[in-house]
Each structure stands twice: as C-alpha cells, then as structure tokens.
Design a protein around this ligand. Structure first.
Ligand SMILES: C[S@@+](CC[C@H](N)C(=O)[O-])C[C@H]1O[C@@H](n2cnc3c(N)ncnc32)[C@H](O)[C@@H]1O
Length: 217
C-alpha cells in the first residue's frame, strides 16, 4: 500500500526529459554512494526498494558498473521518472523498473535472489507491521552472504534525538498515527529474527543512520 503523504521536501523538480529530482535525494546521494563503495559486492544483482524518482539507482549503476541494478517501486506513477533517469544514465547494467510493494508478502518468486538490497527513506513512512514484512521480504530475497543497506531517520534507544526529528515524526503521525520513526533497537531485533545480522551502523548527514546487514553464508 502506498500512502499519499505531505513531506517537508515538497514537490520534486521536473526536467524536460521526464526525470524528477527530489531535493532530499540530491542531498544524501553522495554519502550513500560512499557507503555502497565500501559495502557493495564486487558483482552480482542489486535491488533497490522504493526507488522513488530513480535518481539514486541511476547514480549507483553509473558508479558501480560490475553490478546489475534493478529499480523497484510500489507506485506506478514513479515509473516514468525512473525510466527517464535510466535513459539519461544509459548504462547497460541498469534494468527496467519492477513493480514491487515491498510490504506485501510473499515477494514475487520471479524476482529472483539478490547479492545486495538497498532501501532509502521508507520505514518512517509505513507502519511497524509493514516494516516487519519488508524485513521479511528482504531476508527472503537475499542470497547467502547477501547485504542489505538501509538508510533513513530512526529514533535511538527510544528517543528522537533532534528537534527536526521530533517535528518530522509529529508531522507524519498527524497524517497517519500508524506511521513515523522506527527505533534502531527494534529494527535490529526484527532484522535479527529474519537472519539479517548487523554488520555496520553509520551516522549519516542530517542525523540519519545507515545500517549494513548481512545474511549468513
Ligand atoms: C520518501 S520516498 C523515497 C524515495 C527514494 N528511495 C529516495 O530516497 O529518494 C518513499 C518511496 O517509497 C515508495 N513506497 C511507499 N510504500 C512502499 C511499499 N510498500 N513498497 C515499495 N515502495 C513503497 C513511495 O512510492 C515513494 O516513492
């Protein structure tokens, strides 16, 4: 299920060729790419969940060419921009977008298995139950030794740690009381239950966190 939410970033910029640029993605793309350059496998298949505009994955595919990248989205309206970014990048290793509601289980069997799954800025926009299902989906679609890179805003040990986070969480809950920030400890516990072990946790710009999880070999 995709909620229509008012987010602080507002509307993405629209380019003449159909690409959309979200300001938040522009701000975090370099930091996330740096992280992927350290943690991505040397080759294989990578899935991005909730690709949104498609900015992130087109840049990742340009930078990490030995990996075969698959964008995905639950919202069909996002496909035009993802396709436009794909044409713009013109990389043979960037595939057409797949339709995937990551919180609907089971994930389609024909998706196959991945060496890397990347997810940026989704968990605060969905409920705990949906988040739990996404973690289960990720675990089901990773190969042994696969990596899951998860980026976003989280509460830490039950606390929102900046005024900006308190305001954003309150804005989200005013729109839907089921959504809002998830706690870092809760994420670790749920992920561990599905065989996703924490490999590294990194503080990222704007008080965000990036988790790198790995499945057992
Ligand atoms: C804040 S945007 C983030 C987009 C992109 N990852 C980024 O960081 O720019 C959240 C995205 O999640 C998508 N989404 C919402 N619920 C989803 C679900 N259950 N499965 C997959 N994508 C979902 C929305 O359509 C939207 O594109």
């Amino acid at each position: 299920m995709v909620r229509r939410l008012m987010l602080p970033d507002g509307m993405p910029e629209v380019h003449a060729d159909g690409r959309r640029s979200a300001a938040s993605a522009q701000r975090n793309i370099d930091a996330i790419l740096d992280l992927l350059e350290s943690h991505a496998p040397k080759g294989g298949r990578a899935l991005e969940i909730a690709s949104g505009t498609g900015q992130h994955i087109s840049r990742f595919a340009e930078a990490l060419r030995s990996i075969d990248w698959y964008p995905s989205e639950a919202d069909h309206d996002k496909f035009l921009s993802i396709e436009a970014w794909r044409r713009h990048a013109n990389c043979a290793n960037l595939n057409a977008p797949l339709h995937l509601d990551a919180s609907a289980l089971p994930w389609p069997a024909d998706l196959g298995r991945f060496d890397l799954i990347v997810l940026v800025n989704l968990f605060h926009l969905i409920s705990e139950e949906e988040t739990d299902r996404v973690l289960r989906g990720v675990s089901s679609a990773l190969k042994p030794g696969g990596r899951f890179v998860l980026y976003g805003p989280f509460s830490r040990a039950g606390r929102l740690t900046s005024t900006g986070d308190e305001m954003f969480h309150a804005q989200l809950q005013a729109q839907d009381p089921d959504i809002g920030y998830k706690d870092d400890g809760w994420i670790r516990t749920r992920a561990a239950e599905y065989g996703l072990g924490v490999w590294q946790v990194t503080k990222m710009p704007a008080n965000n966190i990036a988790f790198v999880f790995r499945t057992a070999i």
